[in-house]
Design a protein around this ligand. Structure first.
Ligand SMILES: [Zn+2]
Length: 266
């Protein structure tokens, strides 16, 4: 199947790293959104345009020094660098949450995380099956940002530079759908096929969260799962849904719900 093949290609291309740029948070740029969507739809529909687009949104290439230079070494308590975005060290109460992440979901968190980060990560982890989150390592940067590159997924490792829960869920969604041994990797193909069918051959704007979702199929799926979790699973997103028309058809939602844990019936 073409969609399946395309996704596999996408998975190969992004195997090294996937970055999540902010892309117009706060908006004021909604006038250009739909035209951007339309041009992006062509790329998604044709299966081309996968190469080159990955990681360009934030201005940094995957794995470039800019992406990795500010990551502290493993372990909490690393002294944060000076600067307005320097974070507080982990607070009292984070240990239990970190333990739950490790024991129930197989997720190890490191770096300069706060209690809010732990709670957000727990909520994201609870969306997916433990056997599919197992082995993920999440590093929270000490220098957090609200713009530029907000997160990165690379195999079993996630780096978080942003503040919002959106970033954690987006990167975790990459892990769920791009890890070949996860059953969700094949379900992701079915989501794309269902979306194309709903749109008469092209993914309709009702399935697009924002411009960034049109980057390639891997980003489309990560954005779709994040956005749908915001719509019907109570995840308090802050910036993912920028397209006011994001409202996926039931036929596509039904397929996607197989990826979340305990699929909702209504
Ligand atoms: Zn991404």
């Amino acid at each position: 199947m073409k969609a399946s093949k395309s996704l596999k290609i996408a998975a190969l291309l992004v195997a090294l790293a996937i970055v999540l740029p902010l892309g117009g948070q706060g908006c004021g740029n909604s006038g250009g959104l739909l035209s951007g969507l339309l041009s992006g739809l062509v790329n998604l529909g044709g299966g081309g345009g996968l190469g080159g687009a990955i990681g360009t949104g934030g201005g940094f290439g995957p794995g470039s020094p800019e992406n990795t230079g500010s990551i502290p070494g493993p372990g909490a308590g690393t002294a944060p660098p000076s600067g307005v975005n320097a974070r507080q060290p982990p607070q009292v109460g984070t240990d239990a949450g970190a333990q739950e992440l490790q024991q129930k979901h197989g997720i190890a968190i490191r770096g300069a995380y706060t209690q809010t980060d732990v709670q957000n990560t727990l909520m994201c982890a609870q969306q997916y099956r433990p056997e599919e989150t197992n082995g993920v390592e999440i590093e929270f940067s000490s220098g957090r940002s609200g713009s530029g590159v907000l997160g990165m997924w690379s195999g079993g490792r996630i780096e978080i530079y942003g503040e919002d829960i959106d970033v954690i869920l987006h990167e975790l969604s990459h892990h769920i759908t791009l890890t070949g041994s996860n059953r969700s990797s094949s379900t992701a193909d079915q989501v794309i096929a269902a979306a194309r069918q709903a749109g008469g051959g092209q993914i309709p704007s009702s399935c697009i969260t924002r411009d960034y979702a049109t980057t390639d199929e891997a980003e489309f799926i990560a954005e779709f799962l994040t956005g749908l979790a915001g719509l019907e699973r109570g995840v308090p997103l802050t910036f993912t849904i920028q397209n006011g028309y994001f409202n996926p058809p039931e036929s596509v939602r039904q397929v996607a719900r197989q990826i979340y844990v305990s699929p909702t019936a209504s």
